[in-house]
Design a protein around this ligand. Structure first.
Ligand code: SF4
Length: 424
């Protein structure tokens, strides 16, 4: 009998990439491959890259070198956002056999069937303007919580961002397809689904399916009726797309968790303008206020960028004070870094890198305090936790409905169960 071919994946970047890797893995399993850990020997190695990480190029080279040392005869495929943005640079890395752009990554099986270890890498990629298809993907690793992609691409043009160049125009799945995928996940034992996309609030915008007239509120209204899933979360939503109706709907829903992640990026209106964001700080504060009025217990996460070109001390302090005053629960703090072909490169004056890191640290400290205060506010309350870890040794972790992380020594009977938990 022929030995099964083996494939190992390595993912860089966001949850969207993880969900896509997961789907690529299932696709190749269906074509007869067996999955291995990246540290093991495999016939094919796939690196799913990110354009947002600072050292995409360095990381990719490092991984390819690692593979070459360990398995010089194995095939090396590089895909993902960085592969779409810089296919030639990646193809020039010694050891790379195939570079797959945004449109081609889900045809990986066909490409592998035609590939053999050769001298020069093959590139299969097209201009990002031509990418229009939508492929739903989901992560299914732990069988507890799954990240389901329902939207891809972005039509905004934030001046610091390369994602639209790497992922193309905004497009999404149809609600009937999402329902089918959610039901399938529910039947497989998944209890919680995190709806994922690049610009999730834009769901349903593109008439890819001719005359599509769906939107995000319609999506969550439909999903709320699916009984096999206990919990849904919205991974992240732009403040200008987070409507009163969506907030009110989540406030009434039993299945959509009281948890919002809303990018702010800056607390200075001038910087928001230079970033080409589509809201002002006042709108952001209103959104938070409405969430708090309807769901005092909701978790609210914030993305913020420090060191954007032209950000003065005064403007950074504006961001600090704005966040300090806002009743939010935690931040993800990003240090601005220059990206090729973005408008922000032409803006200035440039903030010295050391100062960017200092500002990052200041906001991370504030986030730490906010997050502790948020947990302390719920001390003594009993909330439902979905326990996730399936490792029979060590610690088991889970999240409350309002996204407080808890941990406890492993108890098999608690795995993938909603347990009443007293916050302490
Ligand atoms: S909304 Fe802005 S930051 Fe987010 S993906 Fe689109 S362009 Fe990038």
């Amino acid at each position: 009998m022929d030995r099964k071919k083996t494939v190992a994946f390595h993912t860089l970047g966001c949850k969207l990439n993880y969900s896509e890797t997961s789907t690529l893995g299932r696709m190749l399993e269906n074509e007869g491959f067996m999955q291995k850990d990246f540290g093991e020997q495999a016939d094919v190695y796939v690196i799913n890259t990110c354009s947002v990480t600072d050292n995409a190029d360095k990381e990719c080279r490092h991984l390819v070198r690692r593979i070459q040392r360990k398995a010089p005869e194995s095939l090396v495929v590089v895909t993902g956002c960085y592969a779409q943005l810089k296919p030639k640079e990646i193809a020039a890395i010694p050891g790379v056999d195939l570079v797959l752009g945004a449109a081609e990554k889900f045809n990986i099986g066909r490409h592998l069937a035609e590939l053999s270890k050769g001298d020069s890498a093959k590139i299969s990629s097209c201009e990002i303007e031509e990418v229009s298809g939508f492929v739903p993907t989901w992560s299914a690793g732990g069988r507890t919580r799954s990240f389901l992609k329902v939207q891809d691409g972005c039509d905004y043009n934030c001046s610091f961002c390369t994602i639209p160049m790497a992922r193309g125009r905004s497009r999404s799945d149809l609600i009937e397809n999402v329902i089918r995928n959610v039901e399938e996940l529910g039947a497989s034992g998944v209890r919680e689904i995190v709806l994922t996309g690049v610009n999730l609030g834009d769901f349903g915008k593109l008439d890819q399916y001719n005359g599509q007239k769906e939107n995000f509120l319609m999506l969550i209204t439909a999903l709320d009726k699916i009984r096999s899933i206990d919990r849904f979360r919205i991974s992240s939503i732009e403040p200008n797309l987070l409507t009163n109706e969506i907030i009110e709907f989540v406030g009434m829903s039993q299945r959509f968790m009281p948890h919002f992640h809303v990018p702010l990026q800056s607390g200075s209106n001038r910087i928001l303008g230079m970033m080409r964001r589509r809201y002002k700080r006042e709108l952001y504060a209103e959104r938070v206020q409405l969430i708090r009025t309807i769901m005092p217990h909701a978790s609210i996460g914030v993305d913020v960028i420090v060191g954007f070109p032209g950000e003065t001390e005064v403007e950074f302090n504006e961001t600090f004070n704005f966040l300090h005053e806002l009743d939010v629960s935690y931040f993800h703090v990003f240090t601005y870094s220059e990206r090729p072909n973005t408008h922000a490169l032409s803006l200035g004056p440039v903030v010295p890198v050391g100062l960017r890191h200092e500002r990052n640290k200041i906001l991370r400290n504030l986030s730490y305090l906010k997050s502790n205060a948020f947990t302390a506010r719920h001390e003594g309350q009993v909330r439902k936790v979905l326990f996730e870890s399936s490792k029979p040794s060590g610690v088991m972790e889970g999240y409350t409905d309002n996204y407080i992380k808890v941990s406890t020594p492993y108890r098999q009977e608690w795995w993938n169960q909603l347990i009443d938990w007293t916050i302490r």
